[in-house]
Design a protein around this ligand. Structure first.
Ligand code: NAD
Ligand code: UDP
Length: 319
């Protein structure tokens, strides 16, 4: 039986990856310090014989006994309000945390996949974004703590690959959504859905002309799974190219949720990218992968998940 270590296991993507690898017959070791995650996302795995959990901050030395075949490094705050609240931890988990996991991969002779992001492209001047675009990031802006940590993460991963011959994979994840997102994480989908459920107006930042392209979690997990088992060491975009402006997206959510609320406009956060759409030509060719879940279906599943949360969760403002 192959063993996989998944960091950020109690988070949104990490918990779905744990489910997928368990389903595929792997032994899964989850690791998380719960800074933005929730054990609720993986509690169903605790009774399983082939699941283990370590409560640990990966920015500190990481030790795991026994053999490891694969490491998926997904630990990191991922939403703008999270990484603005904990900027130093964000920089540390992308840099020191990644260094620790690369070192662990080296001693265990394991293949490692790291979770990078479309944010490495910053506020892109090329559209759609393909992997050969170097990006447009403000290093000293408030979002820089996340973007630059992820850019460093890619660099050190390539250095371990080139210098130590480590087997590495880099996924550049574009906005992904689905059940187990935290309702109060500030990202646009939980924000709009939470507002609709609480009977509040939907807050559009800026004039809403900025665009995003939303990928359903099952599609994202499938892309990551295929990339891990490919033989390609350079970054690969995984995301859904179906692009929409935030203004039109708010209208879609109003229709889906049936809310009577309206939209209100607030200031655009600093360095908020104006447009984002993945070019997935490489993933299609290399992994024979493309997204399958239409936004109308994925959003319905996600809304059903949020609808079933308790009152306490719906009104909880702090994590
Ligand atoms: P999330 O906040 O739900 O999950 C992150 C998990 O990492 C949490 O459980 C958190 O407690 C844990 N964590 C953070 N710092 C840690 C540390 N120092 N040690 C141990 N655990 C730590 O976020 P997510 O959306 O699931 O994102 C997961 C990964 O995917 C992140 O690396 C993120 O940058 C990347 N990503 C996500 C998206 C997306 O749209 N969801 C887009 C691009 C990249
Ligand atoms: N956004 C918004 N209202 C909200 C939350 C977010 O208009 O209540 C906007 C945000 O400014 C950004 C887009 O929605 O332009 C996507 O934001 P999110 O935080 O989900 O992702 P990211 O900016 O990291 O792509």
């Amino acid at each position: 039986m192959k063993t996989v270590l998944i960091t950020g296991a109690a988070g949104f993507l990490g918990s779905h990856l744990c489910d997928r690898f368990i389903k595929e017959g792997f032994k899964v070791i989850g690791m998380d310090n719960l800074i933005t995650g929730d054990l609720k996302n993986i509690e169903h795995l605790f009774p399983l014989e082939h699941f283990e959990f370590y409560h640990h901050d990966v920015s500190k030395f990481v030790h795991v006994p026994g053999k490891l075949d694969y490491i998926l490094h997904f630990a990191s705050p991922a939403s703008p309000i999270d990484y603005l609240k904990i900027p130093i931890q964000t920089l540390k988990v992308g840099s020191l945390g990644t260094h620790n996991l690369l070192g662990l991969a080296k001693v265990k002779n394991a293949r490692i996949l790291i979770a990078s992001t479309s944010e490495v492209y910053g506020d892109p001047l090329v559209h759609p974004q393909s992997e050969d675009y170097y990006g447009n990031v403000n290093t000293i802006g408030p979002r820089g703590v996340y973007d630059e940590a992820k850019r460093f993460q890619e660099s050190i991963t390539m250095a371990y690959h080139r210098f130590h011959g480590l087997e590495t994979r880099i996924v550049r994840i574009f906005n992904t959504y689905g059940p187990r997102m935290r309702l109060n994480d500030g990202r646009v989908i939980p924000a709009f859905m939470g507002q609709a459920l609480r009977g509040e107006d939907l807050t559009i930042f800026g004039d809403g002309s900025q665009t995003r392209s939303f990928c359903y979690v099952d599609d994202q997990v499938e892309g990551i799974f295929r990339l891990l088992f490919s033989d390609y060491s350079y970054p690969v975009n995984i995301g859904n190219p179906h692009e929409i402006s935030i203004r039109d997206f708010a209208e879609e959510i109003i229709k889906l949720t049936g809310t009577n609320q309206k939209v209100i406009y607030k200031d655009l956060p600093a360095d908020d990218p104006m447009q984002r759409q993945p070019d997935i030509t490489l993933a299609k060719k290399l992994l024979d992968w493309s997204p399958k879940v239409d936004r109308s279906i994925g959003m319905k599943i996600t809304f059903d998940y949020f609808k079933n949360l308790s009152e306490e969760e719906l009104y909880r403002s702090e994590h």
